[in-house]
Design a protein around this ligand. Structure first.
Ligand code: SF4
Ligand code: SF4
Ligand code: SF4
Length: 230
């Protein structure tokens, strides 16, 4: 059996205080020295992806450049842009899009960019369709009405770039062999990520979603489905 002397306990306590002090000092200096950018990464446990207005910089750069003035939100004629709230953590005060609520109409004159007084939104963007906000993906193939042989195809019909960004592939239903399926196929090289299809899907839980571009390819689609099922 071992006994701690008062001296041992005192020195352990001192060591603990010293470790605690070093840790706190490291955090405070990291915030102090590197400013908001590091604060973002320190608080960056928030993994939710926010879709930003067209022309937005890469997320960390965007968060550093955006001064939370809300001018892009004010000037959007469709009320597409929302203001990040307190519960959104690091997103507070920044503009984001919820496609299921209001999609982006990809205005040719891009008023949101014109209104931005900083470089958070790319003022050199000439063609809004090249802003690459994301890529639509059929995320729930089991629920998609068209894939179940029902003539829905709403996502195809509402797409402003249909027959380019989204086409219909006509084929026989593999189980019944009697029905024809009109499968919506998204072509990521043309899809702008406007979210009009996601907004229009008539299911309670949409079967088509805009994903961040790096996840919006077919492989990522299956990974996403696996993630949802596990
Ligand atoms: S492109 Fe038009 S609809 Fe889309 S966010 Fe900008 S102003 Fe709003
Ligand atoms: S206008 Fe620019 S700086 Fe202002 S909130 Fe919008 S993106 Fe941020
Ligand atoms: S997000 Fe949907 S509606 Fe918009 S271009 Fe892509 S497929 Fe078409």
């Amino acid at each position: 059996m071992s006994f701690y002397t008062n001296l041992d306990l005192k020195s352990q306590y001192k060591n603990m205080k010293r470790r605690d002090f070093i840790k706190r000092t490291a955090v405070i200096s990291a915030v102090g020295l590197t400013g908001g950018f590091s604060l973002v990464s320190l608080l960056g446990k928030n993994k939710k992806h926010y879709f930003r207005p067209p022309g937005a910089l890469e997320e960390n750069q965007f968060l550093a450049a955006c001064i939370r003035c809300g001018k892009c939100i004010q000037d959007c004629p469709y009320d597409t842009l929302k203001l990040g709230s307190l519960e959104d953590g690091i997103n507070i005060g920044t503009p984001y899009i919820d496609f299921r609520d209001v999609p982006c109409q990809m205005c040719a004159d891009v008023p949101c960019i014109a209104a931005c007084p900083t470089t958070a939104l790319n003022h050199d963007l000439k063609d809004v369709n090249k802003s690459n906000m994301g890529t639509a993906v059929i995320t729930d193939r089991e629920a998609c009405l068209s894939l179940n042989g029902i003539r829905c195809e709403i996502c195809y019909r509402v797409c402003p770039l249909n027959n380019k960004a989204i086409t219909l592939d006509k084929h026989e239903q593999s189980i019944t062999k009697r029905h024809t399926v009109f499968e919506p196929i998204i072509h990521k090289e043309f899809c702008t990520g406007c979210g009009i299809c996601e907004n229009a899907c008539p299911l309670d839980k949409t079967a088509i979603k805009v994903l961040p571009t790096e996840r919006g390819d077919k492989a990522a689609h299956y990974i996403l489905l696996r993630e949802q099922q596990t």
